[in-house]
Ligand binder design. Structure first.
Ligand SMILES: O=C(O)CCC(=O)C(=O)O
Ligand SMILES: [Fe+2]
Length: 266
């Protein structure tokens, strides 16, 4: 097995909305937020939101993204970088990050509906109780590694065609200055704690595969394989507690992914 590498090792500062940012299509149609849920695949490590974006929205996005100037990542990585072969587009776009956070179910799921108990019928009564909402905020900070502010304006688009892949690696946490947003009117010291992947297509192969650390009790744990599913979002913990993972080789069709990160206050 090749030595796992780190990615995104350079610290980055966020910039305000980029004037050269793409004219992103609206995030519509969307499924009603109440029909969506944050489902644990591995508690405290990997969560899924099925149908986070609708099929028609994904289709529309893929045709739009295909018109952007994607560049092929060379197969020869810099020292200490994971081997990755895909076509990418990267942009600092705080406005789009805010659109993805507040203009979808994400903000509500991450800040209010992230535990099984919160799906019960008493939810509305609970959230009106100040003691309950303090407890909820405390539990959110525990799971997400701090108070969730939004998404990393560093937006990355990946296209993997047949034969392309992203080798085994860990995702690093980055310190950023979170730009002013409706919830945080001033620039706020922040850091990324979870990776957000949104699959815009299904394909053959291309699974995101996570490798749990071997333990004494389980020296040979089964890898956790997530096949790309149109419109599904995946959140996984990164930084110190990141699991080793990879984007398996695509064997048929195209895998399109939109990547950002969850940002919390420092
Ligand atoms: O494309 C994938 O399945 C994985 C992408 C990934 O690991 C990353 O963006 O860091
Ligand atoms: Fe990764």
């Amino acid at each position: 097995m090749p030595k796992p590498k780190k990615t995104d090792s350079k610290p980055q500062r966020t910039a305000p909305s980029n004037p050269t940012a793409p004219d992103w299509p609206p995030l519509r149609p969307l499924l009603p937020a109440l029909d969506l849920s944050l489902t644990p695949l591995l508690t405290d490590q990997i969560y899924l939101i099925r149908n986070f974006l609708s099929g028609s929205l994904c289709k529309n996005y893929v045709s739009f993204l295909a018109s952007l100037p994607l560049t092929t990542t060379p197969g020869k990585p810099k020292k200490d970088e994971a081997v990755r072969v895909n076509d990418r587009f990267q942009i600092e776009d705080a406005r789009f990050a805010e659109m993805l956070w507040s203009g979808t179910a994400l903000k509500e799921l991450v800040t209010e509906r992230f535990t099984e108990e919160d799906y019960n019928d008493d939810r509305e009564e609970d959230s009106r109780d100040p003691a309950m909402s303090t407890e909820l905020a405390q539990r959110a900070r525990q799971l997400w590694g701090g108070e969730p502010l939004g998404l990393n304006p560093n937006i990355r688009i990946y296209r993997y065609s047949a034969g392309q892949f992203f080798g085994q690696h860990y995702d690093e946490s980055n310190s950023i200055t979170f730009p002013p947003s409706p919830t945080t009117p001033k620039p706020t010291p922040a850091r990324t704690t979870w990776t957000l992947l949104i699959y815009l297509t299904s394909c053959n192969g291309g699974e995101t595969i996570f490798y749990p650390d071997p333990t004494r009790a389980n020296p040979n744990p089964t890898p956790i394989s997530v096949p790309p599913e149109t419109g599904m979002a995946l959140l996984h913990r990164h930084g110190d507690q990141c699991m080793l993972h990879e984007g398996n080789e695509v064997t048929g069709g195209e895998k399109w992914v939109l990547r950002s990160d969850l940002v919390v206050a420092r």
